[in-house]
Design a protein around this ligand. Structure first.
Ligand code: NAD
Length: 502
């Protein structure tokens, strides 16, 4: 193991410069592929959060970004997108080091990041303000203006992609931000802040405070200095920060947990569905909010489906995330590995069967990291904890259903409502099924696909608010209605005329 003194320390990014914690505290960053300490980051507290919010407030109030004008802001955001594109190889390498996600996944995912900044600069430029049909000699127009200082709290599973979904609309609309990345994966967010500065985003517009949820995260969420709070994280974290936002009466968006069903209809092409199910369940080692963790198969189709699905799962190449051939990397941290093991034990105690996986790999090269074999549980019923709770590991359940009504009831019979997919040879019928699902996103014959233009947001315990599309841009603005009297100014008390009261 490297000596701690050799390790690079990653400081907060406040007012355009790297900035150590006021009390100089740091903590270790671990490489999940080896279990070794790979770097250090500043351990932020309320003091550091206060400095970052003050910098963002100054930047917002002097108008260096909000009043720059949409054309110049869009030009800078496009330069930012170009600079991200140029930095992609390095960003992918560092994202892989701290998330443990295979480099082939990170390269593919990060290659799409610039699209978010380009898309939202175009949305800002094409956003129309409206003029209303206000009665009388009045001109009434409604302006969209930035909200102010925005807090963005992000998770570790897709650090830069999730940040892009929040940061791009926030900056395009003219806000200033303070980002609190996950304590596990802060480095690429800090790199991004430097890239933004170099591309022309003025100092103080994008600030980053690193550290733990209950410390830096809570200080930011409870601060009276922010005007909007946007979190992606677990449902319990969502409840905590939404309470803070409620207490301060500020806007709040939360993208939270999920337990996505895949409804395999009897007419589905089973080979294509089996391939799609491996992707749905095991990308990012199952650590995605939308992972296909409940595969619903008509009871007579379970065996033929498993015959196609299990060999594909068993053939996944588990390995060091930096190796190009690796298809499944480690979990992000020891706590995630322990949770996965605990849930597989619970599943067994509830009567489920491990059809494959269900243990750590035996390969001695992987002994130090947080690896777990891709696992398929069969004989699962919807009342089992393994079918109801978000595990966030490489574990999926196959649940048998009787008929379509039963499948829809199982799909909806859960507290989450983020996403689902429907697999069928009949897309028109798939749409009818999609409309019966109580969740925010439904794919037909696909899973996980996103686009900056395609609105994203969960129902029920999966969240409030939206990302992507015009909806996200609107959620990063507030509206002001201006009523201009083009006639004679009123003299209510100076006239004896009988006036119309309605
Ligand atoms: P988490 O809730 O533990 O942490 C998310 C962020 O919140 C981190 O930055 C963390 O430091 C911070 N945080 C934690 N406690 C806090 C508190 N009390 N106050 C303020 N901030 C706090 O989640 P995670 O483990 O990083 O990420 C996994 C979770 O995120 C899963 O539940 C997953 O489903 C969810 N997620 C949802 C989406 C979506 O789009 N709906 C996308 C990705 C991940």
């Amino acid at each position: 193991m490297k000596m701690a003194k050799e390790l690079e320390v990653h400081h907060h990014f406040i007012d355009g410069v790297p900035s150590p914690s006021a009390n100089n505290a740091t903590y270790d960053l671990v490489d999940p592929g080896t279990g070794e300490v790979a770097g250090k980051a500043a351990r932020g507290d309320a003091n550091d959060v206060g400095r970052a919010i003050a910098a963002a407030r100054r930047a917002f109030q002097d108008g260096r970004w909000s009043e720059l004008g949409v054309v110049r802001r869009a030009r800078i955001l496009n330069a930012f997108a170009d600079a991200i594109e140029a930095a992609l190889p390095r960003l992918a390498e560092v994202e892989t080091r701290y998330t443990g996600r295979p480099i082939r996944e990170m390269r593919a995912q990060l290659s799409r990041l610039p699209e978010w900044y380009r898309y939202f600069s175009a949305v800002a430029r094409s956003s129309d303000d409206i003029v209303t049909p206000f009665e009388g000699p009045y001109h009434n127009y409604v302006r969209r203006i930035p909200i102010g200082v925005v807090a963005q709290v992000t998770p570790w599973n897709h650090p830069l992609l999730i940040l892009a979904k929040k940061l791009a609309p926030a900056l395009a609309a003219g806000n200033c931000v303070v980002v609190k990345p996950s304590e596990l994966t802060p480095v690429t967010t800090l790199m991004l802040a430097q890239i933004a500065k170099d591309a022309g985003v003025p100092d103080g517009v994008m600030n980053v405070v690193t550290g733990f949820g209950p410390e830096a995260g809570a200080a930011l969420s409870y601060s009276k200095g922010i005007d909007k709070l946007d979190l992606t994280g677990g449902t319990e974290t969502g409840r905590a920060v939404a309470q803070a936002a409620g207490a301060n009466l500020i806007r709040c968006s939360c993208e939270l947990g999920g337990k996505a069903p895949m409804l395999v209809l009897p007419d589905a092409d089973l080979d294509a569905t089996a391939a799609g199910a491996v992707f749905a369940a095991f990308i990012a080692a199952g650590q995605t909010c939308i992972a296909g963790t409940r595969i619903l198969v008509q009871e007579q189709m379970v065996e033929p489906f498993l015959q196609r699905f299990l060999p594909r799962v068993r053939s996944l190449r588990l390995g060091l995330p930096q190796a190009l051939e690796t298809q499944l990397g480690p979990l992000v941290a020891g706590r995630q590995l322990a949770r996965t093991e605990e849930y597989v034990a619970i599943a067994l105690s509830e009567g489920a069967t491990v059809a494959c996986g269900g243990k750590r790999p035996g390969d001695p090269k992987l002994a130090g990291g947080f690896y777990y074999e891709p696992t398929v549980l069969t004989g699962v019923t919807n009342d089992m904890r393994v079918a109801q709770d978000e595990i966030f590991g490489p574990v999926t359940c196959v649940i048998a259903y009787r008929d379509e009504d039963h499948a829809v009831a199982i799909a909806n019979g859960i507290r989450y409502g983020l996403g689902a997919s429907v697999w069928t040879a009949d897309a028109a019928h798939g749409m009818c099924v999609a409309h019966r699902l109580d969740c925010g996103i439904v794919w037909i014959n696909d899973h996980h696909r996103i686009d900056p233009s395609s609105v994203w947001g969960g129902f029920k315990a999966s969240g409030i608010g939206h990302e992507n599309g015009h909806e996200a841009y609107r959620e990063y603005t507030k509206i002001q209605s201006v009523v201009v009297n083009l006639g004679k100014p009123p003299d209510w008390y100076g006239t004896t005329d009988v006036v119309r009261l309605s």
